[in-house]
Write a protein that binds this ligand. Structure first.
Ligand SMILES: [Cu+2]
Length: 397
């Protein structure tokens, strides 16, 4: 998943996008100017409409030949101009800026900053360690993602000098949202520069297609307000104050939740959207009919058949609608455990209308198998991370 591909945080992104769209539209025009006449002539001069004696042998047509030489030449010059102009911007390193060394190695990114006022050199970076499972799919060793990010100030030229150890392999430093990609070659130094005008977090990946684990070389570009960057840079702390790499959004990204759950829209991907808690009436009915006992709530199992027939239908519609409007009397069968407002009782039973930390924690610990599908357990997500997700989900709402 390429997060943020449609955001463009930088000067270079604008150039690459422009070159792309010019190429795209010129190609469409060229394609149509060849294929449409071709289809037309194939139809007009179809076999049944042409007599053999009418076929002439034309050797040349000066006007046509000049046209089809001159027009493509002009178009190629246009292509060249846009390419050249973008290339110049990408390849010309700015005169001033912050120089950061980047090292790509199997299978991680590391960043080394210039020494700060106190002479301290920040060296950041880490490896993604794959989770290990036994033959039954049980997690025996927690994996970690290299959480340390490349921290840079907003509105500042950043010049990356990138290399790989001499006995390593070629990597490819890729920031999709900035449209920047450059090979990182053992024993050689390649350069990239950028200047991001908006505070935010962007994915960094390795785009090399070779070897086993380049695709796990994730990292994050974190663009900070200038003062915040300065404060961190002149300290000896590894990460800036604030919760950058552990914010709820980053945690969802980190653990791959977003590949199954939409966060910003109501779309149902593999699992339900996490934008708002929207239990469907089928889900509620399923639980009413079959009970539930997998989420590990302190209250224990919810028995099956607490409501039936029209009552069950009515309750399901009410809960699925977010419990708005007049409460049906039949909901009394539920409120003794889930509360009048459906928000659960002190975390003993599930909140039916909101994602609270208790619900997230139980779902992540035990996984969830329901009528939508099967969500694997994420037992290694820490309590802090769960609260970060809960807070984030409450705020996006
Ligand atoms: Cu790589």
């Amino acid at each position: 998943m390429l997060e943020g591909f449609n955001t463009s945080g930088a000067v270079i992104a604008a150039h690459i996008d422009q070159a792309f769209w010019v190429n795209f539209w010129v190609s469409i025009v060229l394609f149509c100017s060849v294929v449409l006449p071709m289809l037309y002539f194939a139809w007009k001069f179809r076999e049944s409409k042409v007599k053999n004696e009418n076929i002439e042998n034309i050797t040349h047509h000066t006007g046509l030949e000049i046209t089809w030489t001159v027009i493509p030449t002009i178009m190629l010059i246009v292509f060249f101009w846009y390419g050249y102009d973008s290339m110049k911007t990408v390849r010309t390193m700015p005169d001033s800026g912050i120089a950061i060394n980047v090292e790509g190695s199997k299978w991680k990114w590391r960043y080394e900053y210039p020494a700060n006022e106190a002479g301290h050199v920040h060296k950041l970076g880490g490896a993604y360690i794959k989770q290990k499972q036994d033959e039954n799919g049980k997690v025996i060793e927690e994996g970690t993602m290299g959480k340390s990010a490349l921290y840079v100030p907003v509105d500042t030229n950043i010049i990356l000098s990138m290399t790989a150890p001499i006995d390593d392999v070629i990597h490819s430093f890729y920031i999709p949202s900035l449209r920047m990609k450059e090979d990182v070659v053992p024993g050689r130094t390649t350069k990239l520069w950028f200047n991001v005008g908006t505070v935010g977090e962007y994915d960094i990946e390795c785009a090399e297609y070779c070897g086993t684990d380049h695709s796990y070389m994730y990292s994050r570009l974190v663009v900070l307000p200038k003062a915040e960057y300065e404060a961190w840079f002149n300290s000896t702390e590894d990460t800036p104050k604030g919760n950058y790499a552990t914010s709820g959004d980053a945690v969802l990204q980190l653990h791959g939740c977003k590949s199954c759950h939409a966060i910003e829209t109501d779309k149902v991907l593999v699992g339900p959207t996490l934008k708002t808690r929207t239990l469907t009436s089928e889900q509620v009915l399923d639980v009413i009919n079959n009970g539930q006992n997998k989420l590990g709530y302190d209250m224990g199992a919810m028995p099956a058949g607490l409501a039936t027939g029209a009552d069950a239908q009515e309750i399901a519609a009410y809960v699925a609608g977010g419990m708005k409007g007049a409460q049906p009397a039949s909901f009394a069968a539920c409120s003794s455990c889930h509360g009048e407002d459906g928000k659960g009782m002190y975390g003993m039973s599930p909140n039916l209308v909101e994602y609270d930390a208790q619900l997230l924690s139980n779902v992540l610990k035990h996984g969830k198998k329901g009528i939508i599908g099967n969500m694997p357990a994420f037992p290694y997500v820490s309590d802090e991370e769960v609260s970060a997700i809960a807070e984030y989900l409450q705020n996006t709402k």
